[in-house]
Design a protein around this ligand. Sequence first.
Ligand code: AHZ
Length: 320
Amino acid sequence: MAPSVATLTPPQDVPVLLKQNGANAVKTSSEVSENYEGNYRFAPIEEAQVSRAMIKRYFNMMYERAVSDVVIIGAGSAGLSCAYHLAKSRPDLTITIIEANVAPGGGAWLGGQLMTPMVVRKPADRFLQEIGVPYEDEGPFVVVKHAALFTSTVLSLVLAMPNVVLMNATAVEDLIVREDFQGRQRVAGVVTNWTLVALNHDTQSCMDPNVITAPVIISATGHDGPMGAFSAKRLVSMGLLKELGNMRGLDMNRAEPAIVNGTREVAPGLIMTGMELSEHDGSNRMGPTFGAMMASGIKAAREAIRIFDTASIVDGKVVG
Ligand code: AHZ
């Protein structure tokens, strides 16, 4: 019978790589060799080490982030721009991003009608400058040669920040709402599940979720997709919002400032950003111009900072 995983002796730690005279070959101990002439050898590993390397990190992360300072729902262009600005401005805050898709980025991997260039109206080009994304200047707007250049850049910057974690393939399927110190209904956390579970509640009996509490939730779930405008719709179904405004037709000149200037705490504890706001407020869509997503994300981060600067928060709860 195979020994139980618990009895396996893990191999020695992998030795530090030593370069040999700048040659192609990089050798460490006898076991490891970066040789592309047919003698490439990996450090030895036990399969259980791989499992444990992931499990302990992932579940430690879940354990630690069960109480977060900020939860951002959705890692599209608005959610990622918000995460970047917030994490950079407030490195003391723990920011947990929950993204339903396997691939973070939402609709920002492409421009319009599946074409690759991304149009950004000024002055949002300043955000591109800040994160180091090159563009062509066309006067009132700029064009990034491929939307994925923006998305991959902002994503990598966000993920490299020590105070940010991203749980993808994980859906927010409800909001935690409870009375605050003033007796108002306050959004105080999110209810999560693996997305594949969340999409299968109709095919199985009850598959209960998990929770993350946070004094500030930022919803950036967009307007379409399988769970689009999630928080806006849930506010309606639980009576915290009378009705959806419903997204209006396309009008770039109205839509972009409306989304940026309308970015706010739409219910106590819940800030809304990006195109989800168009469903909440009934503002126009702008089609493939992304400046509003960046600026709305920044505004959402600023709103979150305002809450942290003015509220009294103890153990993840707003108490004054
Ligand atoms: O997977 C969704 C996407 O990545 C994610 N999301 C949605 N519901 C979720 C849930 N739990 C976790 N319940 C969820 N994640 O949210 C992300 C939304 O990204 P998006 O790109 O769809 O929205 P955005 O507001 O960041 O950007 C909108 C871009 C648009 S749409 C548009 C138009 O139609 O006119 N114009 C622009 C610029």
